[in-house]
Design a protein around this ligand. Structure first.
Ligand code: ATP
Ligand code: MG
Length: 421
């Protein structure tokens, strides 16, 4: 057993040694049984939070109101939660009040799915009262107890259901699936942040295509608190295989591009979903770059001049950054499998990016300071435009990225640029 697990067993044994009941529970038991890597170990115990705090040297009161204390063994945190039963559910989310109990079985009963309702004792004995392992072996995801009740207690469980089904490649058991279809309108009570967290894990997980299929078939996206453009996949499932793109952001960009949702709408969607500024910008810039490629391409249509595509690609790269173009090229390669479009860019874009002598101002062999000194003048708005023109000329291969050549070109262009001031 690895160090992570050893720490968890140490916590369990200390509790049991003091006369309490204690077990490993939830995801770590499930993943351990399935031979999957375990990210973190959770422990359930009959000891009350104060008793747990008294028993270990280093603890953090992570969620005392829910009975959770974090115990530190070395640098590793273990969440220790007192057996509990949940009181009345409020607002279709988990309750604020909990009732402590001294019975493992009842604690397992409040959990969402049979495969998440298993425990293991200090000797490695599996406790599986709801036959979670039988279900997983049969490829089935099933609610503990009455599915409709469980989903209406906590509507987030419906999204967790789709996530676990896709992550573990499981079929959702019939009555669980029926309850999900009947209960999906309750999702309007769930904070968009929680929806985002689940979506991110579904689309970023092992099987994003199954996740997408489940999102489409269930129609849950039509019932989020805030209306999403992404919900358009419900009526029209994209043909792309997301699985060959890395990470949730490229997969999202691919979906939005395939559904032809514009970059402003994409930005709004991701903002409603509370994605971070960086995440929003990563996706938005790919979609916006795609739009620019398309409109430039349209303008030059019929123009068979060699190098036009390359020129469009490079100008777009300057505007949206090389990072966005690398992402977009991967998206195009993916889309090219399902449709004719953008084959050129998917094949040659990478080579063009590699050959770029400079893609941003910091890579240019000249600075604003040097230009001002050579032109012997004061800065103005024209300076940024001049630098931009020089960068474009270098990127397109019309000028070498060489200090003297750039200064000379600046002298030639300076008067012209000032005129348009
Ligand atoms: P992962 O960490 O990989 O998402 P996990 O099973 O550990 O999987 P957590 O969200 O960490 O999931 O929750 C730990 C355990 O708590 C779950 O296995 C489940 O037993 C229980 N649980 C979590 N959220 C809920 C919920 N909304 N309703 C009922 N039980 C839940
Ligand atoms: Mg977990």
């Amino acid at each position: 057993p690895d160090q992570l697990q050893q720490g968890a067993l140490q916590v369990v044994k200390r509790l049991v040694g003091q006369g309490y009941q204690a077990y490993l529970v939830g995801g770590c038991v499930r993943d351990g049984q399935l031979g999957r890597p375990v990210k973190d170990y959770d422990i359930a115990t009959s000891a009350k939070p104060e008793q747990v705090q008294a028993l270990f040297e280093r603890t953090i009161p992570t969620g005392l109101q829910h009975g959770t204390v974090t115990v530190l063994i070395g640098r590793t945190p273990y969440e220790v939660t007192t057996f509990r039963k949940e009181g009345d559910y409020e607002g279709f989310r988990r309750p604020s009040e909990v009732e402590y109990i001294d019975n493992l079985q009842e604690d397992l009963q409040r959990r969402d799915f049979t495969m998440n309702a298993m425990a293991m004792d200090q000797d490695g004995q599996l406790i599986d009262p709801f036959h979670g392992m039988d279900d997983v072996r049969a490829g089935i995801l099933r609610c503990v107890g009455h599915a409709a009740e469980r989903f209406s207690e906590d509507a987030l469980r419906m999204l967790r259901c789709l996530r676990f089904a896709s992550e573990y490649g499981l079929r959702i058991e019939d009555s669980t699936w029926q309850a999900l279809l009947a209960g999906k309108t309750l999702l309007r009570h769930i904070a968009m942040e929680r929806v985002r967290a689940e979506l991110e894990r579904m689309l970023g997980g092992r099987n994003p295509d199954l996740a997408l299929q489940l999102l489409v078939d269930s129609g849950v996206l039509d019932h989020t608190k805030q209306e999403l453009q992404l919900a358009r996949i419900v009526g029209a499932k994209p043909k792309t295989e997301l699985g060959s793109l890395p990470g949730s952001l490229l997969r999202l960009a691919c979906l939005y591009i395939e559904m032809q949702i514009d970059s402003a709408a994409v930005e709004e969607d991701l903002r409603l979903l509370t994605f971070s500024k960086q995440q929003i910008e990563a996706v938005r810039s790919m979609v916006a770059a795609h739009e620019m490629l398309h409109s430039l391409n349209e303008q030059s249509s019929g123009d068979e001049e060699a190098g036009t595509l390359k020129r469009i690609w490079i100008l777009t790269a300057l505007r949206y950054g090389v990072e966005a173009m690398h992402g977009l090229r991967q998206v195009y390669r993916q889309l090219a499998n399902s449709q004719e479009a953008d084959v050129h860019w998917s094949q040659e874009g990478e080579a063009w990016l590699h050959a770029l002598p400079a893609s941003k101002l910091s890579e240019l062999q000249v600075t604003g300071q040097l230009l001002l000194a050579r032109l012997d003048t004061k800065p103005g708005p024209w300076l940024g435009r001049l630098l931009g023109e020089l960068l474009e000329a270098v990127a397109l291969g019309l000028l070498p990225n060489d200090q003297e050549a750039l200064l000379e070109a600046a002298q030639l262009n300076y008067a012209k640029i000032r005129e348009t001031e």
